[in-house]
Structures are given as C-alpha cells and as structure tokens.
Design a protein around this ligand. Structure first.
Ligand SMILES: Cc1cc2nc3c(=O)[nH]c(=O)nc-3n(C[C@H](O)[C@H](O)[C@H](O)COP(=O)(O)OP(=O)(O)OC[C@H]3O[C@@H](n4cnc5c(N)ncnc54)[C@H](O)[C@@H]3O)c2cc1C
Length: 511
C-alpha cells in the first residue's frame, strides 16, 4: 500500500449510497468512529427507490431522523394510492389497501407510517445527518484496493478530484458498494438465486408539469394500459418529476412521443432527463462476511423492485450490523458475535429477494386476487421476518416458535421485532422505542423483580397484551426479541452468552 496516511476510523464504510450513509448513522448512534468513502461526487442523481417501509422509518425514528425524512417527503404526502388506466389522463385511483386485524379493525402496526420519498431526495438528508453526527464523509473518494490483517484492514483510496492516493486503516469494513460490489468480487464471494427475472425494462426519467392532470387522482404508481406503450408511471414529486417504466431494452426510441401517448395530454414542457435500461434480478451473496469485511445493501442482495424491498432490506442490514460492531469494538462482546450478522441477515435477504421476485407490477391483479402464499404486506413492511438462528437465546423456556408469514400477528416471538403498542395516550412513545441503542428487559406485571445486577439493561415493567403477566422479554438494540421466559435472571445469562457469540443452538447456563 502506498501514499499518505489519513486518521484512523474504527469502521470504514465503502459506498455513500443509502445503505452506506445509514450504516454511518447507526455506527455514530453507537459512538463508533466511522469514515464513509464514495467514488461519485454527488449523492444519487436518479430517483430510484421511493417507498420506505414502516420498519425503515422506525430505524430513522431511533436515529432521530424520522421527522426530517417525513418533512423532506412532503411533496408526496397523500400520494399513497395506486392508479390504473389506459393513459394518465384516463386513469382512476385504485382503493387504498388497509390490512385488517383479527377483529376486522385496521391494525396499528408501527409508530411510524411508511414514507414515499425519492432516493435522490433522501440521500442528501442522510448525508447531512451523518456529517452532523460526526461521521467523516468523503465523496470523490474511491476504494481501489484493500488488505486484511489480523487486527485491521488497510484500504487504498483514490481521490478522484486530485488523483492523490492515500491509505487508511480501520478495524472493520462495511462494503455498501452496490450491486456490482467490487469488494464482494475481490473477496471472491459468489451469489445464488434465480438470476434475471422477467423481461428487460427501461426507466425514463422526465420532467413535465402535470399538476393539473394529476389533481384528484394523486398516486404513487399508475399502471398504464395503453396497448402501444404499456408500463407504469411513478410519481417522484407529485407534480414535475416522473419516471415511466416500460418493457424492452431499446433506449433510442422517440421518448417524447411515447411519453405523450402514456400521459394522454400534450405536456408541452416535457423534457427527458435520462433513460436507464435495467433488468430485475434475484441474487443473494453466499456469504455476508469475510474476515473483517461485511457486505450490506445491494452488495449483499439484489431483488426486483415490485415489493419495494431493496433499499429497505439494506437499511435493516445496517441496523443489525451496527450494534454488533459497536459491542465488539467496545470490548463488550466477543468477535464471534459478528458471525450472527450472516446467520441472521442472509436468510432475511433471501426472504425479501424471493418475495420480491414472486410479485409483478400488475397492480390490478395484486389488489383483486392477491397470491395467498405470499407474505403478508406487513411482514415485509414492519419487520415481521423472524431470525431462526443468530444472536438469540433459544432454550426450552425460550423457544422460537415459528412466526407465520402469510398473516401478521406478532406476539413477541424470539427472533422477531418487538410488537408495537403505544405506551401513552398521546401516542408519542411506543414499545419499539424501549430498546436502542441499548438493550431492554421488559417484564410483565407479575414477573419477579430482576436483580440489581442487570446493569446496562433498561428494565421496563409493562402491561401489554403480547407479554403474559409472569413473563419477561429481552430486547436487543435493534428491537429484536432475543429471549423470553419467566425468570429475569436467565435473561442476564442469555445476554452474557449472546455477547460471547454463543449461537442460538448453544445451551445456556441455567436452562
Ligand atoms: C427503478 C428502481 C426502483 C426501486 N424502488 C425501490 C423502492 O421503492 N424501495 C426500495 O426499498 N428499493 C427500491 N429500489 C432498490 C434501491 O434503489 C437499492 O436497493 C438501493 O439503492 C441500494 O442502496 P445501496 O446503498 O446498497 O447501493 P447503491 O445505491 O448502489 O450505492 C452504492 C454506492 O457505492 C459506491 N461505490 C461503488 N464502488 C465504490 C468504491 N470502490 N469506492 C467508493 N464508492 C463505491 C457507488 O458509487 C454507489 O454510490 C429500486 C431500484 C430501482 C433501480
């Protein structure tokens, strides 16, 4: 490695996209010194992802960012409907889909509503927040090589503005360097999955003032059923910015004419900004970690956009990995804890990619005859996926009964995100807020008092329907139930075992 040395971060994040920036925010939340390097000079110029699930918003809530994100998303507030029609001008809003609970009532599933915000609007918010939180964020900086050693990774960086090279040492690396992930390739990590899904597509990003055409039929996605130009129109800001997604791989068509057919109005100010051919794929990295390097986001998994899960799954990767790296770096946990990142997040990535590749863009079909074998909407949207192995204390007293996926009925099973219940009448504080960045022990009203030696564990006595009165739940910093049982002392033993990196299949002392 050559060149000048720069200050030592504890974690180097490669890639300043959505997942890299979220990783930096999570690490700073846990007090970790972090540097992000991004080879581009700006955040994403493309709108790309627009739908951020409740679970991602819960993570932003923990980071103190949910309000900022909702504010930045204000242009698309109220554009939650899907629509369909021969052209935009002839389209109608489809009914909003509300999931009902067992009693038929709309389920209150999360303290945070999902958010429609284009990726090119969200990324600058995350970038500024990461810098404010104390992360070093270097754009125009490319990782060109790296070497792993016993106790550190040495990275070679290229300043693309000046051509200067420098080396940077870090204890760990998060590779959030996108679908092609040069880091994943350098590590020789393969990918498995269905590969290409469906036909090639073209995204045409354009500007046109369509405010008057859209008024009264505001939408997130509008299915265009015109025989000459079928596809879908995505709302980027609800007025001027739009993406048309059509089939085929030809990029040199007469786009203004085709778009005017799609719109069904003259749109005299229409201006095509970019044409991006893409192919939906389902591929998941065979290993999420290699030594001191961990993959996150598209570097670890790519999936079709039809369940809006790509970025959301990457945000959850960052949230899972952040507290584990912090615990190891602080000496509170053994490095073996990091093995649970692959054990938990690879199945989660596979699940999201599999579910996404079994959905299509046909909005009418999805609403009128949803596939009953697919996961419930909220299982994808509210973090309903269950980890079956990893940093979990599974014991006879604390089994991880399987969580159903075709219905959404969370009851605090081991390996799932804690169910949301409001803790105050004003609906400001949720059970989801009780953990993060620390651990929490929730005890039912008749559960024995935990010992004072529960240092570092916030203890909350709760009277909520999912917690039997004599039971306790141990909640990880990422809101996941790690243990449940009747003896809170066993929770301490479980916690110690987890931090020692014992797997869920290990017999814990005292069980
Ligand atoms: C049309 C479309 C619609 C989508 N809709 C949704 C949606 O509604 N919801 C959703 O959840 N997801 C959606 N997605 C997916 C989402 O956009 C991706 O999952 C998300 O961008 C992944 O973020 P990332 O940070 O992992 O990777 P990227 O956004 O690809 O960022 C990786 C970054 O790493 C940088 N980089 C690469 N190599 C290096 C290097 N050597 N050194 C430094 N930097 C490097 C790149 O420049 C890039 O900025 C959509 C995608 C598309 C294309």
């Amino acid at each position: 490695m050559s060149g000048q040395r720069t200050p030592t971060p504890e974690v180097l994040v490669v890639g300043g996209g959505l997942v890299g920036l979220t990783s930096a925010l999570v690490l700073r939340h846990h007090g970790v010194a972090v540097t992000v390097v991004e080879k581009r000079s700006t955040t994403s110029p493309q709108p790309k992802a627009r739908r951020f699930h409740m679970r991602s918003m819960e993570i932003f809530r923990e980071l103190g960012l949910a309000g900022l994100v909702h504010h930045a998303a204000r242009d698309l507030a109220g554009h939650d409907h899907m629509a369909a029609g021969r052209t935009l001008a002839e389209s109608e809003q489809l009914p909003l889909w509300h999931a009902a609970g067992a009693g038929g009532a709309v389920v209150d599933v999360s303290p945070e509503a999902p958010c429609l915000i284009a990726q090119d609007v969200l990324e600058p918010v995350l970038r500024e927040a990461a810098v404010e939180a104390g992360a070093t964020v270097r754009f125009d900086t490319e990782l060109v090589a790296f070497e792993q050693h016993d106790d550190e990774v040495v990275a070679e960086l290229l300043d693309r503005a000046t051509g200067d090279r420098s080396s940077l040492r870090a204890r760990y690396v998060i590779a959030a360097d996108g679908a092609r992930s040069p880091v994943r390739q350098a590590l020789g990590i393969g990918r498995s999955g269905r590969g290409p899904i469906g036909e090639p597509n073209v995204n045409v990003y354009f500007h046109a003032d369509l405010g008057e055409v859209v008024r009264g039929r505001e939408f997130n996605l509008c299915q265009i059923e015109h025989p000459d130009s079928p596809g879908a129109l995505a709302s980027v800001d609800g007025r001027h910015r739009w993406v048309f997604m059509g089939g085929g791989n030809a990029t040199d068509r007469d786009w203004p004419t085709l778009l005017r057919t799609v719109l069904g109005v003259p749109a005299p100010d229409l201006e095509v900004r970019s044409v991006l051919p893409w192919q939906a794929e389902m591929l998941v990295a065979d290993r999420y970690s290699a030594g001191r390097v961990h993959l996150a986001g598209d570097a670890a998994h790519v999936m079709p956009p039809f369940a809006a899960s790509g970025a959301n799954t990457g945000i959850a990767d960052a949230h899972n990995l952040g507290w584990k790296l912090a615990a190891v770096l602080r000496g509170q946990a053994a490095p073996a804890l990091l093995d649970s990142y692959h054990a938990e997040r690879r199945p989660a990535g596979w699940f999201a990619a599999d579910q996404s590749s079994r959905r299509t863009l046909n909005l009418r079909d999805q609403l009128s005859s949803p596939d009953p074998t697919l996961a419930h909407h909220f299982v994808l949207g509210a973090g309903g996926f269950q980890y079956t192995e990893g940093a979990l204390a599974v014991t006879p007293e604390s089994p991880n009964d399987p969580e159903p996926i075709t219905e959404f009925h969370p009851i605090g099973r081991v390996g799932t995100r804690i169910p949301h219940r409001w803790l105050d009448q004003a609906r400001t504080r949720s059970t989801v807020d009780l953990a993060g960045p620390g651990w929490a022990l929730l005890t039912g009203p008749r559960s024995p008092h935990p010992d004072p030696e529960h240092t570092g564990l916030a203890v909350h006595r709760l009277d909520v329907d999912f917690l039997p009165s004599d039971q306790s739940l141990l909640i990880r910093p990422d809101h996941v139930v790690a243990w449940r049982g009747t003896d809170p002392r066993a929770a301490t033993e479980a916690l110690v075992g987890l931090l020692d990196g014992l797997s869920s299949t290990t017999e814990f002392a005292g069980t």
